[in-house]
Write a protein that binds this ligand. Structure first.
Ligand code: PEP
Ligand code: MN
Length: 332
């Protein structure tokens, strides 16, 4: 159950109200919100006179649920606004990793020419093997910041672990929490205190309930700028890297109040399928898609097989606009 307390409830009072009710609390402006276990269905008598508004929820999808907010939350950064009353489908594109300034700049030029304002690339890479490229680290973040300065982009980049979370919060415009970091509670809690939008990816072995509950850790820390990204889950199938859970995306659209983003690149794992999947994603009317593009995918230092080359990306973009329009959305 969620309670919005009256603004007369002060900082010195709130912990004493939350603790006996097993509640988590955060402050928005001058009012506190308490989140009690979902099993609580009535405002506790001790809180009645202090409660402005209350919402009954049916699971631990509480702050992210439609019972709490029936409209999709609006999330804004840089030149981008998604969710809320907008009909925007945001394109987030770029290479898997920052590899060098020259490399980043050619793709930045391409995005700029195509009117794309959100550039993605990882500087701290959560790789499957310790013997492969691990990312350029802080140097990579500085290169991303250079692209932001030169082209006016917003930068979407991932936090790998607790050792780089502060640097990512400082440099990123949108903080990506990757599939492997979805369960890192240190990162989730720290991002709950950050004042930047969070793009939370679904762990490839996580159920939808587990995924959204991870978003609850961020929301209940007081950060209401959270987006959910489905990027493929592990199934029995081995011909594709993962299986893009479009049914799951429908569930998230129907039952949560968070913008939904789809990532066809990591799901498919092979460039040949990414254009078709991208069109399918846009046709679903989601709030955004994330696509990996690289000037020469064959020599990419990470995710080589799935990145589109520049020509493939260009032709994909031509076909995406009409698909977006057909479902009443604008690709931005
Ligand atoms: C990425 O976006 O490059 C990435 C590592 O994604 P995921 O966390 O979904 O594997
Ligand atoms: Mn990648």
């Amino acid at each position: 159950m969620i309670l919005q307390l009256k603004s007369s409830v002060g900082d010195d009072q709130v912990a004493g109200l939350a603790t006996p009710n097993q509640a988590v609390f955060f402050k928005t402006g001058d009012t506190y919100t308490l989140v009690l276990p979902a099993a609580v269905k009535e405002v506790p008598a001790s809180l009645e006179s202090l409660t402005e508004k209350s919402w009954v929820t049916d699971s631990d999808i509480q702050l992210a649920g439609k019972a709490y907010k029936s409209d999709v939350r609006q999330v804004s950064w840089g030149k981008t606004t998604i969710g809320g009353a907008t009909s925007a489908t945001v394109m987030i594109a770029g290479p898997c990793s920052v590899e060098s300034e020259e490399h980043l700049e050619v793709t930045a030029d391409l995005l700029n020419e195509l009117g794309i304002v959100n550039m993605r690339a990882g500087a701290f890479k959560p790789r499957t093997s310790p013997y492969t490229f691990q990312g350029m680290g802080l140097e990579g973040l500085k290169l991303l910041a250079k692209m932001r300065d030169k082209y006016g982009f917003s930068i979407v980049t991932e936090v790998r672990d607790a050792t780089n979370v502060e640097e990512i919060i400082e440099y990123a415009d949108v903080i990506q929490i990757g599939a492997k970091a979805m369960y890192d509670h240190g990162i989730l809690r720290r991002c709950g205190k950050a004042r930047k939008p969070i793009l939370l990816k679904r762990g490839f072995g996580a159920t939808l309930q587990e995924f959204v509950q991870c978003a609850e850790f961020i929301l209940s820390g007081g950060n209401d700028q959270v987006m959910l990204c489905e990027r493929g889950i592990r199934t029995f199938e081995t011909k594709t890297r993962f299986t893009l859970d479009l049914c799951g995306a429908s569930y998230l659209k129907e039952f949560t109040n968070l913008p939904v983003i789809l990532d066809p690149s990591h799901a498919m794992g092979y460039a040949y399928g990414v254009p078709d999947l991208s069109r399918a994603c846009v046709a679903m009317g989601v709030d955004g898609i994330l696509v990996e593009v690289h000037p020469n995918p064959k020599v990419a230092k990470s995710d080589a097989s799935q990145q589109l080359d520049h020509a493939q990306f260009r032709s994909l973009m031509k076909t995406l606009n009409p698909v977006a329009q057909a479902v009443g959305r604008t690709l931005v």
